[in-house]
Design a protein around this ligand. Structure first.
Ligand SMILES: O=C(CO)COP(=O)(O)O
Length: 127
């Protein structure tokens, strides 16, 4: 099965996202990836992954990914949120995380949980 994974990171978490995605690069390269604009740009430029890029988060990217999720087009969300910095689009962020809960979609919001989710999916993909 080709997993459909959304990758999103706030600015202070983008380096963590690149490091994380780098660790799982071989697995992620076999997945269908979607990301918010700036996160996606870094994944493409720094890791060479193929990523569908939506708008940047503050311009509605979280909502676009939320819409895909509601349509059943996303299997898992890795959303490295910055809990220490207020975001202008906080309602959009909450809407995406809420949509994950409504639709029982795995949503990892920190690096430790992202490792658990990605390692599990990677293992499932190998079996
Ligand atoms: O703001 C974001 C998620 O809420 C992320 O957007 P960018 O990837 O465009 O920085």
């Amino acid at each position: 099965m080709k997993y459909r994974i959304a990758l999103i990171a706030h600015d202070k978490k983008k380096d963590d996202m690149i490091a994380l995605a780098g660790e799982y690069k071989a697995f992620l390269a076999g997945c269908q990836l979607v990301a918010t604009g700036t996160t996606g740009g870094r994944l493409v430029n720094e890791l060479g992954l193929v990523v569908e890029r939506k708008h940047s988060g503050p311009f509605g990217g979280d909502l676009q990914i939320g819409s895909m999720l509601v349509q059943g087009e996303i299997d898992c969300v890795i959303f490295l949120r910055d809990p220490m910095t207020p975001q202008p689009h906080e309602p959009d962020i909450n809407a995406l995380v809420r949509a994950c809960d409504v639709h029982n979609t795995p949503c990892a919001t920190n690096v430790a949980s992202a490792h658990l989710v990605l390692s599990q999916l990677q293992q499932q993909a190998a079996n």
